[in-house]
Design a protein around this ligand. Structure first.
Ligand code: ASP
Length: 444
């Protein structure tokens, strides 16, 4: 028998109807033996997530105010779900203890974590599975970072003897034995850590979308879903703004070689997206895997004749940026020009100082800063093996009347990044999508 760790996001556990869907999904595959729940999320666009209600209670408690009115909304959420599911467990003692501790000042992490904790208790009872508390198995170090080694050692052992287990997401234990949470959306990380600790065959991440899409649906109408993507490709797309999973949820499963499957709780028949270490074995319908981009970048262009012969020139340009605490994104360069691409927001109020410092350090012929740049990454593991990818991309941009201001192709050949005027961002994205997906010819 295999082993799958299934994490369900807040929207997948927002109400009793969703709990039922979750149970059906779990029972449909006997390999699904460990489940990681988030706290109940929004039931509609105007609803409030339980985690947000808990943060609110903590703020009230910290200000010395009574939390009862705010906490009652949380009680209502859980009791409502429990009543509709017909579970036998009495949540009252758990809820009262949480209320008491928050009011007494247990702190932000404790408060926020209780959404997952209570949901875990409820789900475990509903399923008839064991409850495993991550406070006993997920550890943070003194700097507040995940202590991977200790966690890996302790967490695996914690599951011994539990054939079917529910382990709440989002929190673990700090060096003083107190609850500590990950950053927001952190149940994704718990799922990945648990999958690694138990050496799962698959990490399933159940949410409200059927996986990753090849482009942003706000720009491209009905983009196709991505069936298989490698962890490296996903990193490139997420870096460019495509958000699917919490960033830190990739590392634990990636190094363990465990694939992640993004699935839709509301459409469990759909296969979703499989993120894997190597995708060579898998087929891909298109030459590219996906397109993602972002606006609001600026290019700092530094020009100096014969700069290539000058030792340390690049370092001095970057030193000026470092002194101003600006981190750079890309560095496409010409023979006598060096360009550094930065986020526009990172140089707000610093432009003049930067320019004069670069002049001081490098004595260039000119330094110019151009704003209003958008970057678009076209990502695909298949690009390296196929001829004419760039030709197709630039042709599409030319036909769409888009002027390319910058080109950056990493030597990994996993992606080609183009910089275009922010005003052309949407047009360019659609043109690339059309060229590779809609009008796609057979694969390489
Ligand atoms: N409930 C937490 C949040 O809202 C963690 C999670 O859902 O992943 O951020």
């Amino acid at each position: 028998m295999g082993l799958k760790v299934a994490k369900f996001g807040g929207s997948s556990l927002a109400d009793a109807a969703h709990f039922k869907k979750v149970r059906d999904i779990l029972l449909a595959d006997e390999d699904r033996r460990i489940v990681v729940p988030s706290a109940p999320g929004k039931r509609s666009s105007v609803d409030i997530k339980v985690t947000d209600l808990l943060y609110q209670c903590n703020r009230l408690a910290a200000a010395g105010k009574n939390i009862d009115e705010a906490f009652d909304k949380i009680v209502e959420r859980y009791n409502g779900i429990a009543a509709e599911l017909g579970v036998t467990i009495d949540l009252e003692p758990y809820l009262s203890e949480v209320r008491k501790q928050i009011q007494l000042g247990a702190g932000e992490d404790y408060a926020a974590s209780r959404g997952e904790y209570l949901n875990g208790i409820l789900l475990a009872d509903y399923l008839g599975w064991d409850f495993v508390d991550p406070q006993q198995g997920i550890f943070f170090d003194a700097q507040g970072q995940l202590d991977s080694e200790k966690t890996q050692e302790m967490l695996g052992a914690l599951f011994a003897g539990h054939e079917y287990a529910v382990v709440p997401g989002f929190y673990g234990c700090d060096t003083h034995g107190k609850v500590k949470t990950f950053s927001r959306g952190g149940s994704d990380i718990t799922g990945a850590i648990v999958a690694r600790a138990v050496n799962a065959d698959m990490y399933e991440n159940w949410t409200d979308v059927s996986g990753c899409l090849m482009a942003d649906p706000r720009i491209v109408r009905n983009p196709e879903p991505i069936r298989y993507i490698t962890y490296r490709e996903l990193r490139e797309l997420s870096y460019m703004g495509a958000s699917v999973l919490h960033e830190d949820a990739i590392f634990p499963v990636r190094i363990a070689g465990i694939p992640t499957n993004i699935r839709n709780t509301n459409q469990p028949e759909e296969p979703g997206t499989v993120i894997c270490y190597e995708a060579e074995d898998y087929d891909s319908e298109h030459m590219i895997t996906g397109i993602a981009g972002q606006k609001n970048f600026a290019i700092i262009s530094v020009e100096k004749a014969m700069m290539n012969a000058e030792l340390g020139f690049g370092r001095r340009v970057l030193q000026a940026l470092e002194e101003e605490q600006v981190s750079f994104e890309h560095m496409p360069s010409g023979i006598d020009t060096m360009c550094v691409v930065v986020a526009e927001s990172s140089i707000d109020g610093k432009k003049e100082r930067l320019v004069s410092r670069i002049h001081e350090l490098c004595q260039p012929d000119s330094v110019e800063i151009h704003s209003g740049l958008a970057l678009i990454a076209t990502v695909g593991r298949g690009m390296v093996r196929s001829k004419g990818t760039s030709a197709r991309l630039f042709n599409a941009l030319m036909k769409a009347g888009v002027n390319v201001r910058l080109i950056d192709q990493g030597s990994s050949e996993l992606n080609i990044i183009v910089g275009v005027d922010s005003l052309d961002f949407e047009t360019a994205t659609r043109a690339i999508y059309r060229a590779f997906v809609v009008a796609d010819q057979p694969r390489w």
